[in-house]
Design a protein around this ligand. Sequence first.
Ligand code: HEC
Length: 148
Amino acid sequence: MKKVIIIIALIAGVLAFQAIRPESGLIEQAAADTMDVNPNGSSELSLLMRDMQKYTNQAKADLKAGKTPAPFPAAFNKLFTAKISENNTKSDFYNQFGELYISSVKSYASSTTENRVETYNNMVNACLACHSQHCPGPVPVIKKMKVE
Ligand code: HEC
């Protein structure tokens, strides 16, 4: 009799295992998350940073090609409200650095050919100023964005 119970228990165990395994979606979801550069998924602020980085790279290309700057992207105002990663914090000066950056982008976007290089570099310096207190990782990449 004991043997029968053990066999039934084993079969039940196998069936239960099969039930967890099938394409439940859980496994696929986990795989999709690892496509992100950040293992825990990107914060709102990280995603915004990547847009800011794109804008700056485009600005540098435009500068070299003699094109007029793209207008100030209103979405950058989210800098003050976008959620930071859970393992990260904003310093007491975060908002001041943010304002400095926003006004530097506006100056660049409305620059003339005379002050375009200067306003562009001010914008990159505003990234660096905030990054001197937050998230040091991207600093070497940001430094390379400057124009002679
Ligand atoms: C007001 C402060 C501030 C300014 C200005 C700022 N950053 Fe950031 N940046 C941060 C913080 C804080 C993080 C970390 C975000 C998080 O952990 O959620 C970050 C993260 C990043 C990241 C990593 C994003 C990722 O994929 O996780 C890059 C790249 C970056 N910033 C580039 C830039 C560039 C380029 C500029 C200027 C165009 C800039 N930052 C301006 C505060 C700032």
